[in-house]
Design a protein around this ligand. Structure first.
Ligand SMILES: Nc1ncnc2c1ncn2[C@@H]1O[C@H](COP(=O)(O)OP(=O)(O)OP(=O)(O)O)[C@@H](O)[C@H]1O
Ligand SMILES: [Mg+2]
Length: 288
């Protein structure tokens, strides 16, 4: 018996296609203790196919740790996490690879390898497969460069020659190179100026539609949630204190939530959100 990834229902293990609304990630009664310190208590959360889930919470509230649990990089002290119907456990690298190819990750400290060119950074996951011809790798990397709004000639640049926004785009291209169905983003706009941040969020939104991605995104940025989050989960006091559509979460009385959304309640109302997103979408179409 493989104790690393235990099969869920047989159909879930083999089904590579997920339909909108299917559960992609299930966090069930998860508790986490790291270095003797309790981080999470009884977390329950389902991420469904096609949605963008935003995770918010104060610094140190356990957002990155929750992502790491969903990636099988951390093991829960209690409860279980299922991704694509498979239970993540104490995994051998080879076992985890079976589901790992179905997701991409943009880590919070998602630095590029400074000694590799942009092209080589993006090509890395493909080269690790050791089975793809050089020409195909080149073609796939060029396609991804273009998809994230970079030029073919950016491929020869070194990371030190890139702006902050370009580094994020290259990291995003690398996380999408295997054409995943699920994308994890940890603070995708941290460190970007407002204009670059807006551009990057619009890029994520259009890639999400183009590639039919399910997205789990940790952010502290209200504008990012406002632009793309279908639902929001809030971590505080070791618990998920709220989760649901933005317009519902924003009105919860918990002090963290009140403080986080201070002055933003009106723009998070359902009608305002809809018209803002329609306008964003329309502008993308005009630009295309
Ligand atoms: N491997 C570890 N061993 C012990 N403690 C850890 C470990 N990883 C994280 N922690 C602790 O767990 C808590 C949650 O960390 P985590 O990185 O998940 O927070 P976060 O919500 O992502 O914070 P930030 O907003 O600053 O990124 C912190 O107190 C951190 O010090
Ligand atoms: Mg973090």
């Amino acid at each position: 018996m493989n104790e690393c990834i235990e099969p869920g229902p047989a159909e879930a293990v083999d089904a590579l296609e997920v339909q909108a609304g299917d559960p992609v990630i299930e966090v069930r009664h998860v508790g986490t203790v790291l270095g003797g310190v309790r981080i999470h208590k009884d977390l329950n959360l389902t991420v469904t196919a096609g949605e963008v889930l935003g995770i918010i919470g104060g610094s140190g509230s356990g957002k990155t740790t929750l992502l790491r649990l969903m990636l099988g990089l951390e093991r829960p002290s209690e409860g279980e996490v299922l991704v694509f119907g498979q239970k993540l456990g104490k995994c051998e690298a080879t076992d985890l690879a079976r589901v790992r190819h179905r997701w991409g990750v943009l880590f919070q400290q998602g630095a590029l390898f400074s000694a590799l060119t942009v092209f080589d950074n993006i090509a890395l996951p493909l080269r690790e497969l050791k089975s793809l011809p050089k020409d195909l790798i080149a073609e796939l990397v060029m396609t991804k460069l273009q998809q994230v709004g970079l030029k073919p000639e950016d491929g020869i640049k070194m990371p030190a020659e890139l702006s902050g926004g370009m580094v994020k785009r290259v990291s995003l291209a690398r996380s999408l190179i295997m054409d995943p169905q699920l994308l994890f983003l940890d603070e995708p706009t941290a460190g970007l100026d407002p204009a670059s941040s807006k551009g990057f969020v619009q890029l994520i939104e259009s890639l999400k539609r183009e590639m039919a991605l399910t997205v789990v995104m940790v952010t502290h940025d209200v504008d990012t949630l406002f632009a793309i989050a279908d639902r929001v989960a809030v971590l505080a006091d070791q618990h998920l204190i709220a989760h649901g559509p933005l317009e519902q979460v924003v009105n919860q009385p918990h002090p963290f939530i009140r403080n986080f959304f201070l002055g933003h309640a009106e723009r998070c109302a359902a009608d305002n959100l809809r018209s803002y997103r329609d306008a964003l979408h329309h502008r993308d179409e005009l630009a295309a």
